[in-house]
Design a protein. Structure first.
Lengths: 366, 119
């Protein structure tokens, strides 16, 4: 594994009582002094600041839109300037290599990919696309919550004009910020790429505001679970198709059967077939009865005793805003939607009810 | 009061020993969201895993620190697991055990030694 890398804001995390864990090769704050529960609830009520500088930031020339479409089932060519779209790198078997954000800006395409996959993704793109540049001199922060706009607009007033999935390049204190109105919490908010040498000043200015608390990886995970968002490596992987994962919406219309640019991405045969004829498995939300959390890896059965294994929990834990355990699982598509499932926790099968995702309804500024 | 290396505290009350986890342990676990208690009346052997605690971060076990019979468990914890974070050394005791051999207490640390251990 080698040595852990520090984030550009490591000292600031320490000063706020950060407790660190290794994650994707980085020494990352899992929580701060307030703790996971308080940080989660604060983000839903006010605004939380996340350091996600471990994620990969990548630039492509505008002319790469056609080539990028050979890797993702996304309408990149139709993406308007100043807008961002969610995407998935698929493989030939129709599984998922990573998920990412794609933004079209005036001079380039700006991509954000997962930390654990960035080396893979960059190599994967370089095999198909000329001019792939990894951005290594910028931190990435996320400011999330109903008061995120209020807080950020004090420093950058124009963010109030942005709508969900808009992107903008804006000057602040002599440096250029790359801002998108998006996030991974189910709240309104922004993701902000800032030059590394200005990141500490920028973050400190936000943290000085009453509304803003620093939020660690622990609450980032519980927030995204409540929002029903998949985590690559848990709810998405090389064997799970986007259709099975409930991400059919991420296969854009022009890339679907009958679309102008139908298929043409890895695994299109399986993915388009599953859209037409159904997938063998489906991702579901689960509400375990009682208080015992069902975490990733818990096996799901169709009966309390005997019966068959019909799936597995891919992500699970406690939902602070729900006040109860929540989970997502991948199950056999033949299981009826109203069937109670049983998760095997410490040798006991405990009931869990299937439920629609998300657990917590997002409130985006459209 | 005595302390185990597993961050349990033991307090003698008449002929029973009350057992909980230390504030240090509660803080490092993070917010506790689930506690599974054994049945009162169970006979246990030292090092049996008898309680499951789940925090927002992970699951962990509490072991029986002594041989004996569980005479009472703190049912309030099942409904309000957050008590462990609020009052680890007081209201959030886990169980009361009637030890069959009280001399097993001698294996455990006093408060000064425990504080030394956690640094």
């Amino acid at each position: 594994m080698g040595d852990l890398k520090n984030l550009p804001l490591h000292a600031l995390h320490e000063a706020h009582g950060g407790k660190f864990v290794p994650f994707a090769g980085y020494d990352m704050p899992v929580q701060y002094a307030a703790g996971v529960m308080a940080e989660h609830l604060h983000t839903r009520a006010k605004a939380g600041l996340f350091d996600v500088s471990h994620m990969g930031q990548v630039l492509l020339p505008l002319s790469a839109d056609t080539a990028l479409e050979t890797l993702v089932p996304v309408d990149v060519q139709g993406l308007k300037q100043g807008r961002q779209r969610y995407g998935l790198f698929t493989n030939d078997a129709g599984g998922v290599l990573d998920d990412l954000m794609i933004a079209r800006r005036a001079g380039d395409l700006f991509l954000v990919v997962n930390a654990s996959r960035k080396d893979h993704d960059i190599a994967h793109m370089r095999a198909a696309i000329d001019g792939v540049v990894e951005v290594t001199d910028r931190a990435l922060l996320a400011l999330q919550g109903p008061l995120a706009e209020t807080a950020l607009a004090r420093m950058v007033p124009s963010v109030a004009e942005m709508k969900f999935m808009d992107v903008a390049q804006v000057e602040w204190d002599g440096v250029e910020l790359w801002i998108s109105r998006s996030g991974y919490t189910g709240e309104d908010g922004f993701e902000i790429s800032v030059p590394s040498d200005a990141a500490e000043d920028f973050a400190a200015a936000l943290l000085a505001m009453d509304e803003v608390l620093p939020i660690g990886l622990g609450a980032r995970d519980s927030l995204r679970m409540e929002a029903g968002m998949p985590l690559y490596g848990n709810d998405l992987d090389e064997d799970i198709s986007p259709i099975e994962a409930g991400m059919t919406w991420a296969v854009n219309k022009v890339r679907r059967a009958g679309g102008d640019r139908e298929g043409g991405f890895p695994g299109a045969d399986r993915i388009l077939d599953e859209m037409q004829n159904g997938a063998p498995r489906r991702r579901v939300g689960l509400r375990p009865e009682g208080r015992a959390p069902m975490r990733g890896g818990v096996l799901l059965f169709d009966a309390e005793t005997g019966g068959n294994q019909v799936g597995v929990i891919t992500s699970g834990g406690f939902g602070p805003s729900i006040g109860a355990p929540i989970a997502m699982g991948l199950i056999d598509n033949a299981v009826p939607a109203d069937a109670t499932l049983f998760g095997e926790v410490r040798g006991k099968r405990l009931p869990a009810t299937q439920t629609d995702l998300p657990f917590h309804k997002p409130d985006y500024k459209r | 009061m005595k302390f185990t290396e597993e961050h349990e505290w033991l307090r003698v009350e008449g002929d029973v020993v009350v057992v909980g986890i230390t504030e240090h342990a509660a803080t490092s676990l993070g917010d506790v969201v689930f506690v599974e208690l054994p049945e009162a009346g169970t006979t246990v052997v030292k090092d049996d895993e008898i309680v499951v605690i789940e925090s927002v971060k992970a699951a962990s076990d509490i072991m029986a620190p002594l041989d004996g019979e569980l005479v009472e468990v703190n049912e309030a914890l099942a409904d309000n697991p957050g008590m462990v974070n609020d009052d680890a050394m007081g209201e959030a005791w886990f169980f009361k055990i009637k030890p069959s051999d009280l001399s097993q207490m001698d294996d455990y640390m006093d408060e000064a030694a425990y504080k030394d251990m956690i640094g």
